[in-house]
Every structure is written in structure tokens, then in C-alpha cells.
Design a protein around this ligand. Structure first.
Ligand SMILES: [Zn+2]
Length: 621
């Protein structure tokens, strides 16, 4: 097992965290206006970043004439591309793409070189366009937004989001994407507490300008004290949050928030967010509190066992459900326990898939029927929408696109072919209902799965000092071999579906979080074979006709193994080599400390900047 890589997670105790509570909010014009302004501001700021990118491109071309030449070539091909696309000339499109690819590569490499040779100028340009300082173009857009009525704290949050998107795209010289509201699922409004170090929860209960939450009653307090989930009437607390206005004239939103758990003792509230999420056609709200913790979160646990090893997978076992985790706290297979996702979770996902495939089938029918009709005398806008749909391959026509066309028809051309329209409208109602039901079910099921994982993550973090995890993509590597021999399509498609359903990265993330809170260490293993026999060390052969089999037999010693259990045991034993683990751990700890220090410095600088900014913003109003 010399090819094993260990990586350590969960070494940094968290000093801040954000807690979300479900909320009910009375919709209002002011609320709608703020969300709309936030959305518009985001796009205005994206526009600024696009101008910035154009400015950079010009600057590159000035620095290096070859970049200018390549740029012109790429543009010329772009124009040809558009023409070919209009003709739907696939061969031509492929030819242009092939010609353009190396040009783009050269262009990119040269730009990169220019950037590297002119760091100082690049930084000056960045500062001028997308920096946080007052003179930057992005900041000017923020000032405009605040003038237009967007609350300053939300404006700052939007600016940070755009800067983050820019930081991601700029290294590749790609433009930041505009946000289309129809595709956006989450929207956020922010209250920020400018008191240095945030405010105590008690302050929010008595009186605070930004956010007020009703003090918890007797019933809720006793539920919290006893670690129970509070009952329905107790857990709803009224709240009022400032979402806009200038100076003393605040604009507020009111509602109730479900305080199912108290914030940790001594935590300070740095910021509050009202997050609105669209689920099908309804909105769901969350009140998020960003907390700075008095001390790193920790789950009290004495006498932790030294370690546990987890092998995670997504194999579905009929009748029992999906087997997601095999874990062991001992070095032999008898100690291995298996964890199954409740079968009802897979059943629910099956229902979601089924609804979606029914929608696709109906979409096929409708699209094909539209293609067979004659559209003589159709109003122009409608004819255009129809021909756009007809040009696409059937499978590329989204139900949403069809629905839009139907809506246009009904809204503006209701007297044209009312018989067809009536049928289409019936389809649209059916499709919409199905979409809403499936979106709702998917979300609810994902929520259940998350809770399940959190429970187990807490279990491991509170009982074991070290958690060894075998990363799931390793098994994939074992399957590739068999994939080459053919007959893999159905298998990999099913494996992919299982992987998505098991959402094991979600589990890995919560394990890391809970471990950090509990002071446990997560060690991830990569690069090892899962087919080594845990009894004798021989590599076992996976039968070619059944590569996904759970049962492996060792031909050297004759012992048969459950694949996951075997793998968990191997993972448990890796740490027997104590010297290398101690060394790796020390190294990882050092890296984590450095990262924390860097982050702390950056955060302090950011907070200072924001604080100054808020002083001037409010005093200027
Ligand atoms: Zn063996």
C-alpha cells in the first residue's frame, strides 16, 4: 500500500458560522423592490466587469501586436460562426471550431505572458475597475444603486458577489455571466451590524434598528434547555428586519421565524440575511444569522475512541436500500457496520425521475405535433416562436420554452387557431403542475438525505478522534478497466444516477464540518486499490462479467469478502503506520494554521474597509 495519499481535513476549528432558520414573510412592495434592485445592481455591476474585460483586452493588444492580430482573426471566425449557425450548417461549424481553437490558445497564452510581465499595471487596472476602494468603477455602480434605493448592506453584499465571480473568471479572461432572474433560485437581502464585533443576541431581542426578533417564550426556552425540538406554536417568533430606507427612515419587512435551536452561548451576530428561494412557483424564505463564535464550536465528547474508517459508496441493494457507508472501528471484517439510506429516499427520487420522463415524453409529442401543422396566416411573433422551436432537435426543446410560446399565443393571439391553443393550454397546465410537484419532492427528499448525513457525521465526530475516509471516486477507477471491455453504458449510467442520488460529497463536507466542530481529524485516502485482500494482502480479481459485484473471493487464501467491508478494514489499517501519519498530520496542521492566519488578516482588512464605508454612506444621506 505504498501508493496511498493521505489528506487531512477538519483541522481548523470554525470561528464563524451561519445559522439558517425557516421564515414566513409577508410579501410587500418594498420587499419586491429591494429584490428587484439587488438583481438589477448585480447585472449593472456585471456590465462594469465586462467593460473592464474589454479594457484589458485593448491593453493586451497594445502591449503585443500579435495579440491584436489573433484577436481580429478570432473575431472574423466568430462572424462566420454566427452565419453558419443561422444556416444550421454543422460541418461548417465544426470546421470553424477546429480553426478557432488553436488561435484562442495562442491568444490566451500571449495575454497570460503580458499579464505576468506587467504585474504593476495589471494591479492598477484592476484597482481602477473592480477594486473595493471608492474610486473604482464597481464602487461607483454601488453608489448609484444606493442612490436608487438599494439598502447599503445589500449593495455591499452584491458587490462582493460580483467581485467573487470576477476573481473566478478573470484568470481565464472570460466574462462574468449576467444573472437572469427567471433562472435564479436564490436571492438575498442583507442587514449588517456595524458595531465592531457584531451584536449580542439579547440586543436583537430588545431593540435593534437592523433586526428585531421577539424574545423566546417559556415553552421555547425549556425545549432548548432540554435539547428537544420545540413544538409548533412555541417555535414561531415574530421578527422585523430592515431592508431599506435612509438615515432614520427605515423600510422594514415583518414575519415570523422558526427558532428550532438557539444560537450558541456568547455568539455575536455579525450580519443577517433574508434569503428567498424559489421552489416551483412559490417562495420560501430563510433568515440567516452570520455568527462569530465565542469559542470554536465543539461537540462535547469525552473518551473518544482513537479512530474509525469509512468506505463510502452508492450500491443499491433491492429491499434494503442504497448502501452508502461501511464503517469499522476495528481491523477485521467482523467489526464492520453498514449504513443504508432509507429506501423511501430512492423511491422518492424514482418518482421524481418518472415525472420528469413523463414531461419529456409529452414534450416530444407536443413538439412533433407542432411540426406537422401548417401555420398559414399565423401572427408574425407567433410564427417566429414556432419556427425557432421547429429548428431545434426535439430533445433540445425545453418544456419551459414551449410553455413560453403557448403563453405568448394565449396572451396576444388568442383568436388564432383557438382549437389548437386550447389543447396546448391543457398540456401547459398539466406540465406546470407536474413540474411543481417534482421540484417540491426533489427538494424535500434532498433535505431528508442531508439530515440523515448530518446525524451520522455528528455520530462519527463525537465518538472518534480520527475519521479515515476512502474517497468514492476510487471505485470508479476500478470500473474503468471493465468499461473498456464494453457493455459499460448501462452500468455507468446507473452508477452515475446512484452517485447523484447518494450525494456523497455532501456527506464528506458535513463530516469535515462536524469533525472541525468536535476537534476530530478527517483523513481522506486516495490512490489505493480496494481489491486487496484484507486477510492475506493478495490483489483479488474482479470478475469481468460482473464488475460491480459486492462479493470478492481471494484466490490466494480462499477467503470471500464483502467489497466495502474489506475496503473499510484496509483503510482502518493504513493508520497503523503511525510515523507517516504523525508527520503528515503535523504538516497539514501547519498549513491550516498559515491559511487561518492569512484569512484572518484579509478579513480584518475587509471589515475595516466596510466599516469606514458605512460611516461615510450613512453620514452622506
Ligand atoms: Zn487472501
Amino acid at each position: 500500500m505504498n501508493d496511498v495519499t493521505l489528506s487531512f481535513r477538519g483541522l481548523e476549528p470554525r470561528e464563524s458560522t451561519s445559522w439558517s432558520y425557516g421564515a414566513r414573510v409577508a410579501g410587500s412592495e418594498a420587499l419586491e423592490e429591494q429584490y428587484t434592485l439587488a438583481q438589477r445592481t448585480y447585472n449593472n455591476m456585471v456590465e462594469v466587469t465586462r467593460q473592464a474585460l474589454a479594457a484589458f483586452n485593448e491593453w493586451f493588444a497594445e502591449k503585443d501586436p500579435e495579440i491584436a492580430r489573433l484577436g481580429t482573426e478570432i473575431e472574423r471566425l466568430g462572424a462566420q460562426w454566427a452565419e453558419a449557425k443561422a444556416r444550421d450548417d454543422r460541418d461548417e461549424l465544426a470546421r470553424i471550431a477546429a480553426e478557432r481553437r488553436p488561435l484562442r490558445q495562442q491568444w490566451y497564452e500571449r495575454c497570460f505572458a503580458v499579464r505576468k510581465d506587467n504585474r504593476g499595471e495589471v494591479n492598477a487596472l484592476l484597482k481602477q475597475w473592480v477594486g473595493s476602494a471608492k474610486e473604482s468603477r464597481l464602487y461607483l455602480a454601488r453608489v448609484e444603486a444606493v442612490k436608487a434605493g438599494l439598502y447599503w448592506a445589500t449593495a455591499t453584499a452584491v458587490m462582493t458577489a460580483v467581485q467573487r465571480a470576477w476573481d473566478k473568471q478573470f484568470p481565464r479572461l472570460r466574462p462574468v455571466a449576467f444573472s437572469r432572474r427567471s433562472e435564479k433560485r436564490r436571492e438575498t437581502l442583507v442587514v449588517q451590524f456595524t458595531e465592531s464585533g457584531g451584536v449580542a443576541m439579547e440586543t436583537l431581542h430588545t431593540k435593534h434598528g437592523g433586526l428585531w426578533i421577539e424574545p423566546p417564550g417559556e415553552g421555547l426556552l425549556s425545549a432548548w434547555a432540554n435539547g428537544r425540538r420545540p413544538g409548533r406554536p412555541d417555535r414561531y417568533l415574530r421578527f422585523r428586519m430592515r431592508i431599506g430606507g435612509r438615515g432614520r427612515e427605515g423600510v422594514y419587512v415583518e414575519g415570523s421565524v422558526q427558532m428550532v435551536r438557539p444560537v450558541p452561548e456568547g455568539a455575536r451576530v455579525m450580519m443577517a440575511r433574508l434569503v428567498r428561494e424559489r421552489v416551483a412557483t412559490r417562495y420560501r424564505y430563510q433568515l440567516q444569522l452570520v455568527l462569530r463564535l465565542a469559542e470554536p464550536l465543539s461537540i462535547p465528547a469525552e473518551d473518544k475512541a482513537p479512530r474509525v474508517a469509512l468506505d463510502i459508496g452508492w450500491y443499491y441493494e433491492a429491499g434494503r436500500g442504497r448502501r452508502v457507508i461501511a464503517y469499522t472501528a476495528g481491523a477485521n471484517e467482523d467489526a464492520v457496520e453498514q449504513i443504508y439510506l432509507d429506501p423511501s429516499i430512492d423511491e422518492a427520487f424514482d418518482r421524481v425521475d418518472d415525472m420528469n420522463s413523463r414531461r419529456s415524453l409529452a414534450r416530444d409529442d407536443v413538439t412533433i405535433a407542432l411540426r406537422c401543422c401548417q401555420w398559414d396566416g399565423a401572427p408574425e411573433a407567433l410564427a417566429e416562436a414556432l419556427s425557432a422551436i421547429n429548428r431545434l432537435p426535439v430533445a433540445h426543446v425545453s418544456p419551459a420554452r414551449l410553455a413560453q410560446m403557448v403563453w405568448l399565443w394565449r396572451e396576444h393571439h388568442g383568436d388564432y387557431r383557438p382549437d389548437v391553443l386550447e389543447e396546448l393550454w391543457a398540456w401547459r397546465r398539466w406540465d406546470k403542475k407536474l413540474y411543481e410537484t417534482s421540484a417540491h419532492l426533489r427538494r424535500r427528499t434532498a433535505g431528508r438525505r442531508k439530515k440523515f448525513y448530518e446525524g451520522w457525521a455528528r455520530h462519527f465526530a463525537s465518538r472518534y478522534a480520527t475519521i479515515v475516509v476512502v474517497r468514492p471516486d476510487l471505485r470508479e477507477a476500478a470500473m474503468v478497466k471493465n468499461a473498456i471491455s464494453g457493455e459499460h453504458t448501462a452500468l455507468t449510467a446507473r452508477a452515475r444516477q446512484g452517485r447523484v442520488r447518494a450525494a456523497l460529497y455532501e456527506f464528506l463536507n458535513v463530516v469535515a464540518t462536524k469533525a472541525a466542530e468536535a476537534g476530530s481529524v478527517v483523513i481522506e485516502l486516495t490512490g489505493r486499490t480496494t481489491t486487496e485482500c484484507s486477510a492475506c494482502g493478495e490483489i483479488m480479481v474482479v470478475p469481468e462479467d460482473n464488475p460491480a459485484t459486492r462479493l470478492l473471493v481471494c484466490h490466494a487464501c480462499g477467503v470471500s469478502h464483502d467489497r466495502e467491508a474489506n475496503s473499510a478494514v484496509l483503510a482502518f489499517r493504513v493508520l497503523d503506520d503511525e510515523a507517516s501519519v504523525t508527520k503528515g498530520l503535523a504538516h497539514a496542521q501547519e498549513k491550516a494554521d498559515k491559511a487561518r492566519e492569512r484569512r484572518y488578516k484579509r478579513r480584518t482588512a475587509m471589515r475595516d474597509a466596510r466599516w469606514k464605508d458605512e460611516q461615510t454612506t450613512t453620514s452622506g444621506q
